[in-house]
Write a protein that binds this ligand. Structure first.
Ligand code: G3I
Length: 365
């Protein structure tokens, strides 16, 4: 028969185990709300609509308070066929899903040098025609979404991935972005100015990858570009730091925090927009723990600068559906980059995100 002291120990252990497992039962959405940070994830519209795999939609709607359609609002989807031929349906369906799930929506994206339709790339347009086409596209998408849903997305990625890490020979650092750059040297200005006119009730973001850590050449270039926009009064509200990361080289979260702070000093918000962390096969339990640590460090950097860093989003949520799976993973195969595994179970990364959010509960709430 166990002594009373021993029985007390057993009871205490039980209480701790039950309490910590119930903490892990909390959703990222709820824990984010308690920490006053919006937690989000990209989704694939066809997966949301796939009735034979209901788990995907159910889990996305339950876990997240913010969402982004992976491809449904891009030119390749909304403006695929010809200059006067728009199809906003997939983007509208994505926005409607987010609304039903009581999620905020980030619309991605209005201008990029990738995923552009062949009529646009091969139409032989001159600079002034391209400017007019860009303005028409931005107006049609933004005004169309607003008119048909009577609301605005939380934010738009107005321009995506415009910067290089190196300088061009003329001292600029704009990336070749067909058909926009170099044909339309001021295309970034045109895009942001048109976006503000088309919908003044949404946040306008510049979104890029590889520019997360303060001090790296690309982060300096992105900073210089957005500072120049701010200084010249071009309307911009924030910068999306994509955070497509890997375990090697392991990013420096202090420098990520410094970058967030510097962007905040310009009066801009920061959204973590597309975080994932590559862990190619075989992804060991040790690597999963390091992956979790990195997720936790980036989230903590965002929470530390909460007034500036106002949302934290991953590019997908289950490893079953990631842009990295396949040839983009080295070796080709599954890349295990997200917080939930192929069976939709929480990985160490999801648990870490929860714990960091729980440790940062907003005392004012
Ligand atoms: O829908 C067509 C399908 O009809 C066709 O048969 C098939 C053949 O390749 O292609 C399908 O389209 C693909 C689309 O994803 C939908 O699956 C495109 O080829 C493919 O290029 C596209 O890839 C997307 C990529 O952006 C380019 O737009 C990825 O899913 C998407 O995750 C990725 O997302 C980007 C962000 O927009 C910007 N930041 C980086 C991030 C990862 O690359």
């Amino acid at each position: 028969m166990a002594s009373p002291v021993c029985r007390l120990c057993v009871l205490l252990v039980l209480v701790v185990v039950v309490a910590s497992s119930s903490l892990l039962n909390q959703t990222l959405r709820a824990a984010g709300a308690q920490a006053a940070l919006v937690m989000g994830s990209q989704f694939k519209l066809t997966n949301i609509q796939n009735a034979s795999e209901p788990k995907y939609k159910a889990m996305h709607a339950k876990q997240y308070a913010l969402s982004t359609a992976g491809n449904a609002c891009k030119w390749q989807s909304t403006h695929r066929v010809g200059p006067a031929d728009y199809d906003l349906t997939p983007c509208l369906q994505s926005f409607s899903y987010a609304t039903e799930a009581e999620q905020a929506f980030r619309a991605h994206n209005l201008c990029w040098g990738e995923g552009n339709p062949s009529w646009l790339l091969n139409g032989g347009y001159n600079a002034s025609q391209l400017r007019a086409i860009l303005r028409d596209h931005i107006r049609t998408v933004m005004m169309g979404l607003k008119q048909q849903t009577s609301r605005s997305p939380l934010a738009y990625d107005v321009v995506n991935e415009a910067c290089e890490s190196k300088r061009n020979s003329d001292g600029t650092f704009f990336k070749s972005a067909p058909p926009w750059y170099p044909a339309v040297p001021n295309y970034v200005d045109v895009a942001f100015q048109t976006a503000r006119e088309a919908d003044p009730d949404t946040l306008l973001f510049y979104n890029d990858y590889g520019s997360e850590e303060w001090g790296t050449p690309k982060a300096q270039n992105v900073y210089a570009m957005v500072k120049d926009l701010v200084d010249r009064g071009v309307p911009i509200d924030g910068v999306g730091l994509q955070m497509h990361l890997s375990l090697d080289p392991y990013p420096n979260a202090t420098l990520i925090g410094e970058n967030i702070w510097r962007l905040g000093q310009l009066g801009l918000q920061v959204h973590v927009t597309e975080m994932d962390v590559k862990c190619p096969e075989p992804c060991s339990s040790v690597q999963l723990a390091v992956q979790a640590r990195l997720y936790g460090e980036v989230l903590q950097a965002c929470l530390y600068h909460k007034k500036v860093c106002t949302s934290f989003e991953t590019w997908g949520f289950t490893d079953v559906e990631s842009w990295l799976n396949g040839d983009r993973c080295e070796p080709a195969g599954l890349c295990h980059p997200l917080p939930f595994d192929e069976q939709y179970l929480a990985k160490p990364a999801a648990e870490k995100l929860l714990r960091v959010l729980q440790a940062n509960r907003d005392q004012k709430l």
